[in-house]
Design a protein around this ligand. Structure first.
Ligand code: HEM
Length: 478
């Protein structure tokens, strides 16, 4: 460690303003503004969001240092008053501070909810919901289709059935729940000034944010309580049909007494974990599919090659199944290329250092936040040839994967805090894409050319296209 006489070396910092620090430099799409700034200030910059020091890492080496070399030091999340309000005091996995509690809920999630075996057990749900999607597209074949709507319905239904055993739009309270979950995502994507400029917290009382958070938390709690009641009764009666997979809620209810895990799960923790799955799993997943279809429509050559692969392997089959995916190498490359250019979470969820740590050649004090700009890394010309070009072939003879081992492609993060939902998400994305390409030819509505497609992004919990993707689908005669 550096001796006291040595001067600490701090990363370069753009000039900051009083009170707001560098907040004025974030703009409406922070991953883009920060990418520009990093060209001037380098791969590791120290900014201030209000009074909080925040590092922005924009290179593969800086990312590796944070999420591998010093992963443990960076395994904390900064406190978020929004998460405190919405997740029962941050009792979920994603926002919980580092410590024994987080280790427990994380291990429950990894071992019991998102294990390969459990993900496999939901195959039936995925197959049914992707087939429903095909039917829905087929019904609209003579008109212009809002593909975002179709894709988000499909992922919503899958996550919901996996999570609570049914789609949330079944039953009388259906519409209210959809709006509620949407509001939850909006709130989590809202910049909360009070977290960065603590003495401005009162603003959230005036502008209505605090009361919105309270209302949503209360309504969500009522919804989750009713779901739990419903499942408890159902599970007592053992109303399972043969082969039906248990939902996350059923698994959590089974292990809540702690006999299997060594620690009991409180009711609030159980509800917070269910909310995490809704929040983490839905928008991110359909956003990847929407960006992928957008790029395919802009690149007919790539679309053709994908169609050839999928249709050849799916020849003579009524429907592609998950057994067919193993041989779809081009499909997997297309999805990686889409994640490289359009990571739905382009600035990874913030980490916070728990002690003083070295990062590249710099000395970083404890309680500094770090955000990794995967959007910038995905476009780094030192890592990628012609980075702006959508060319899945770059992944064909390459070992690079998205699982957090190759730091040039980390749309799911990496290390102890990395996304535990990768197998789940990838499975949904692959099977959905394969099935629709197997069944339909897609084109843009009359008069719109691929190269004219508006690629403007819109910031939120997931960064998606500003405009929904409208397409025309023609069924293939099989
Ligand atoms: C395309 C879809 C998805 C993307 C792009 C994505 C991305 C991410 C990212 C970037 C993180 C932060 C990683 C870090 O700090 O290093 C994360 C964390 C997390 N994700 Fe995902 N995710 C996706 C799908 C899912 C799904 C389907 C689930 C569960 C059903 C899930 C559950 C979680 C949880 C629980 C965390 C918090 C982990 C922790 O803090 O310990 N994600 N995800």
């Amino acid at each position: 460690s550096p001796s006291n006489t040595q001067k600490r070396l701090s990363p370069p910092s753009p000039r900051k303003l009083p009170i707001i620090g560098n907040l004025h430099q974030l703009g409406s799409l922070p991953h883009r503004s920060l990418h520009k700034l990093s060209k001037k200030y380098g791969p590791l910059m120290l900014l201030h969001f209000g009074s909080k020091p925040v590092l922005i890492a924009s290179s593969v080496n800086a990312a590796r240092d944070i999420m591998k070399t010093h992963d443990l030091v960076w395994s904390n999340r900064p406190k978020s008053s929004m998460a405190d309000g919405l997740f029962y005091g941050s009792k979920d996995v994603a926002f919980s501070p580092y410590g024994e509690y987080w280790r427990q809920v994380r291990s429950v999630t990894v071992l019991h909810l998102l294990s390969n075996k459990r993900v496999q057990s939901y195959r039936h749900v995925r197959e049914e919901e992707t087939s429903n999607m095909i039917d829905k597209i087929r019904q609209q074949c003579d008109s212009v289709i809002d593909l975002r709507d179709v894709l988000s319905c499909m992922t919503n239904n899958i996550i919901s059935r996996v999570n609570i055993g049914r789609t949330y739009n079944e039953g009388e309270s259906g519409i209210a729940v959809k709006a509620l979950l949407e509001e939850l995502l909006v709130l989590l994507g809202t910049f909360n000034i009070g977290d960065y400029i603590p003495w401005l917290k009162w603003i959230n009382k005036i502008n209505g944010l605090d009361s919105r958070v309270k209302k949503v938390a209360k309504d969500l709690d009522a919804f989750l309580e009713s779901v739990i009641e419903e499942r408890v009764i159902r599970n007592k009666k053992a109303e399972y049909s043969a082969g039906e997979a248990k939902g996350f809620v059923d698994v959590l209810l089974e292990i809540q007494n702690g006999k299997e895990t060594g620690f009991p799960l409180q009711r609030d923790s159980l509800k917070a974990i269910l909310l995490d799955a809704f929040v983490a799993g839905t928008d991110s997943t359909y956003t990847v599919l929407e960006w992928t279809m957008t790029e395919l429509l802009r690149h007919p050559r790539v679309m053709k090659k994908l169609e050839d692969e999928v249709r050849e392997l799916g020849q003579g089959k009524t429907e592609i199944t998950e057994d067919d995916l193993g041989n779809m190498h081009y499909l997997k490359a297309v999805i990686k290329e889409s994640l490289r250019l359009h990571a739905p979470v382009p600035l990874l969820a913030a980490r916070e250092s728990m002690e003083e740590v070295k990062l590249l050649e710099y000395d970083i004090p404890a309680r500094t936040q770090a955000m990794i700009n995967v959007w910038a890394i995905g476009r780094d010309p030192l890592l990628w040839e012609n980075p702006e070009e959508f060319r899945p072939e770059r992944f064909l003879n390459s070992d690079i994967d998205v699982k957090g081992l190759n730091f040039e492609l980390i749309p799911f993060g990496a290390g102890r805090r990395g996304c535990p939902g990768i197998p789940f998400a990838i499975m949904v994305i692959e099977v959905a894409l394969a099935k629709i390409v197997h069944k339909f030819n897609f084109a843009l509505p009359k008069g719109i050319k691929g190269e004219d497609l508006d690629m403007t992004e819109c910031n939120g919990l997931a960064v998606r296209r500003k405009l929904p993707l409208f397409v025309v689908a023609t069924p293939l005669s099989s």
